[in-house]
Design a protein around this ligand. Sequence first.
Ligand SMILES: [Cu+2]
Length: 127
Amino acid sequence: MHTTLSRGLSAATLALCLAGAASAAQPAAAPSLLPAVLTVHVKDFKYNPTPATIHVGDRVTFINDDDEAHTVTADDKSFDSEGLDTGNTWQHVFTKPGTYAYFCELHPYMKATIVVLPATPKEDNWK
Ligand SMILES: [Cu+2]
């Protein structure tokens, strides 16, 4: 019993040290954007482009170019950006094929669609 407790504490201490080292190595800065195959702009209360077609595993960047806050929220709630202020970005990787309808929770009349096709072999991506 005592041994188990000690091990637990050691693991917790180690985890804290690792977390401290990680945060020291990476200064708090604006999160950088990862490479994405598609950027959807939110402008004039519209998502553009829509509908858009991507493949499984693709990352999409959403950027709010409007003066209003918007969200990127799946109809089925499978993803949700939460509120994006002017100039804010949000990224999402689509891991399952399908047609994803999404909308803005703040302006529900804002609707758009992303079609996710099955993954293609890597060697065909850039032909
Ligand atoms: Cu909106």
